[in-house]
Design a protein around this ligand. Sequence first.
Ligand SMILES: C[S@@+](CC[C@H](N)C(=O)[O-])C[C@H]1O[C@@H](n2cnc3c(N)ncnc32)[C@H](O)[C@@H]1O
Length: 316
Amino acid sequence: MVEVPRLLVTLPPFHDTLEALAEGHSLKNAFARLSQAYRQGESSAVLKERADYLAYAVARMPATYAVLETVLAEVAKRWPFKIKTFLDLGSGPGTAYWAAECESYRAVERDPSFIALAKELGVKGEWVQSSLEAYAFNPVDLTLFSYVVAEIKEYEALVMRAYQETSVLVIVEPGTPAGFERIRLLRRRLIAQGAHILAPCPSEGECPMQEGNWCHFSKRLSRSRLHRSIKGADLGYEDEKYSYVIAAKTSGNPCKARILTHPHVSKGKVLLPVCLGCELKTITLKKTKLKWGDALESLDSEPEEQDKKSDGKKTC
Ligand SMILES: C[S@@+](CC[C@H](N)C(=O)[O-])C[C@H]1O[C@@H](n2cnc3c(N)ncnc32)[C@H](O)[C@@H]1O
């Protein structure tokens, strides 16, 4: 991340190059068109003009990058091996490259305009211009689907093919009920294939989320002047909601509990709604710096008391 002390904001490493590429383009209209198309359920196939790609990059890359930084940091924490080979499926403008710690980055993307933009932004890697369905998978350490699954018709079969050829599989989706349902379905399919779930879940137990609730997290990120301007926004930050799963062929170090929403303070105590893997609980602490999305690595010493809030039928 590049620190900009004058503005007290943290901007992503591709920010300056993207701002230079965007200069002279009218991105506000392009962004308005795109967001309307996305709201009507369109996919990134609606991008046509140069301004569309730039608007997409200005509006979406900072949030995607911020989420991927957090999710890939979980991989580093939960999986004991170094990631050498990184495969980014449906790589778009190569957002994941900036968050990836690896020796080699390979991107598969069908859209040549996205590949060209990624290269202009400075992404260094191997490019395969192909549909994911036609891609011939071969073994890699980590495979990523970042905001792609919803755009693929037969995504279950494709994800399972990708899983066969990777040590770690990471899937990130929007933090919406529909995004979470795709994650939950894929998690179940992966577990049926013997996968170990490294995060966010503490175990491979049956997901305890009840109807009307969905497992998602929130990442706060700074907005640059350009970012604010194309969205017509005043706030200097935004909160990106996301759902994810990290699955591996071998076991790793999953957490003991995951915080599912903002902690509440009540009567001088902090209440943490957590998932234990196959049940939900509220843990009460005297105080904590833990936040939504953080993990508890042990349950022995931290809780002052634990109030069970789930159906109470299952134990993990
Ligand atoms: C919403 S964008 C996400 C881009 C990138 N993964 C990110 O998170 O910034 C989805 C990308 O997947 C690509 N894509 C969708 N379906 C594809 C397919 N069947 N084969 C190859 N690429 C595909 C699109 O062209 C687009 O670049």
